[in-house]
Design a protein around this ligand. Structure first.
Ligand code: ATP
Ligand code: MG
Length: 359
């Protein structure tokens, strides 16, 4: 059968608002490009905890596995009860269960915002299954614990296999970009063994791509370079936590965290997920910028097109990008994080109009 089956999970905080906004754009794409999407929904987060005693029921993981793609709203695991009481991080469970090892996070300054000196056009390729995240280790035992009331330990796992495949994903992406440049970000001067292993694999993959530019930068220096001269970088490959932090920095430099798309991708599955969290401080106020999730969905449609699941997805993704660019030009449409006077709905409606015009 043609078309694609997508599972939509609303999440917490601003999740329901930005998911509704994203559906407006997805519906416009479906109508304009004949995507024949079959959309399913399921509950995760606080609403699932109330109904099922867990923030991510097994049935939802199975539905995600059976779907062609997943759209995940932000989840607020900071406030969940302990894991033993069902307070799992749904995002972590899905990333691990579907082996979504690459978190692809583009940051690109929209021309319409006119931000001189902040012309960012880079992609962070973040390892997504191990590193320092306690919940990433949950199927292999606790990654964080207190051996003594006054001592806490966190274990950071770095494997050769995960480093190799994230480096390969980064170089494959750089092959498709004009700058053809990969920067590995690390702290191997201190974490000689773990970040050393990461660099070993990056260097091995770089040797297989002699036509691409490759360099290495320390994470602390990278934070400074990004603020001073973000235009220097193209594809950044790094381990889980550095990538999480650096990509927020890059997104904010490009205009707002609310603009940054993010795709979690593996060999067989992909999940669109906004780069930001559930933003409880602005939930329910109509202020949330929906572009991050909308741009993430464009990435998912592109991924489905590249796999041949949804050939029309590439044109639909390009139309979403064009719609975003056009919608951001008007300050009455833009949300407050972009200095505008618009709302979640005005911005999403403008993107949907742009999609229809592009078709
Ligand atoms: P979580 O616990 O879910 O990760 P958080 O407290 O880390 O939440 P984020 O959601 O990452 O917070 O947001 C950080 C800041 O950026 C907040 O002040 C939030 O309001 C703002 N922000 C995040 N997403 C958006 C958005 N889509 N539109 C506007 N502002 C946003
Ligand atoms: Mg956060």
């Amino acid at each position: 059968m043609s078309g694609a089956r997508l599972l939509i999970l609303e999440g917490d905080g601003i999740g329901p608002e930005i998911v509704a906004a994203t559906r407006t754009v997805l519906d416009a794409c479906d109508a304009a490009y004949g995507l024949a999407l079959r959309l399913e929904t399921a509950e995760i987060g606080f609403s699932a905890l109330d109904a099922h005693g867990t923030t991510i029921p097994d049935t939802v993981v199975a539905a995600a596995r059976a779907a062609d793609g997943v759209i995940l709203g932000p989840v607020s695991h900071n406030d969940y009860p302990p894991v033993a009481k069902g307070g799992l991080n749904p995002s972590g469970v899905l990333r691990k269960s579907l082996d979504l090892y690459a978190n692809i996070r583009p940051a690109r300054t929209p021309e319409a915002l006119g931000l001189p000196g902040r012309a960012v056009d880079l992609v962070t390729v973040r390892e997504n299954t191990e590193g320092f995240y306690a919940d990433r280790n949950m199927f292999e035992g606790p990654g964080e614990f207190r051996p003594d009331p006054d001592i806490a330990l966190a274990i950071r796992k770095i494997s050769r296999r995960a480093c190799r495949r994230i480096a390969e994903a980064a170089f494959a992406l750089a092959e498709t970009r004009p700058a053809r440049h990969v920067t590995a970000v690390h702290k191997a001067n201190v974490l000689r063994i773990s970040d050393g292993l990461f660099l070993e694999e990056c260097r091995a993959v770089a040797a297989d791509h002699p036509d691409l530019r490759y360099d290495e930068v320390l994470i602390d220096a990278m934070a400074a370079h990004l603020v001073r001269d973000p235009g220097r970088y193209d594809v950044i490959v790094t381990t889980n936590m550095y990538g999480d932090i650096l990509s927020d920095l890059a997104a904010e430099l490009s205009g707002s965290l609310g603009l940054a798309g993010s795709l979690n991708a593996g060999a067989d599955h992909a999940m669109a997920q906004a780069q930001h969290g559930s933003a409880p401080d602005i939930a329910g106020q109509g202020k949330a910028n929906p572009v991050s999730l909308i741009a993430s969905v464009a990435m998912l449609l592109d991924w489905l097109a590249q796999r041949g699941t949804l050939p029309e997805g590439a044109a639909a993704a390009a139309a979403i990008q064009a719609g975003i660019a056009a919608a951001l030009a008007d300050s009455a449409t833009r949300t407050p994080d972009l200095g505008g006077t618009g709302t979640t709905t005005t911005l999403a409606d403008a993107v949907a109009d742009g999609v229809r015009r592009a078709a």
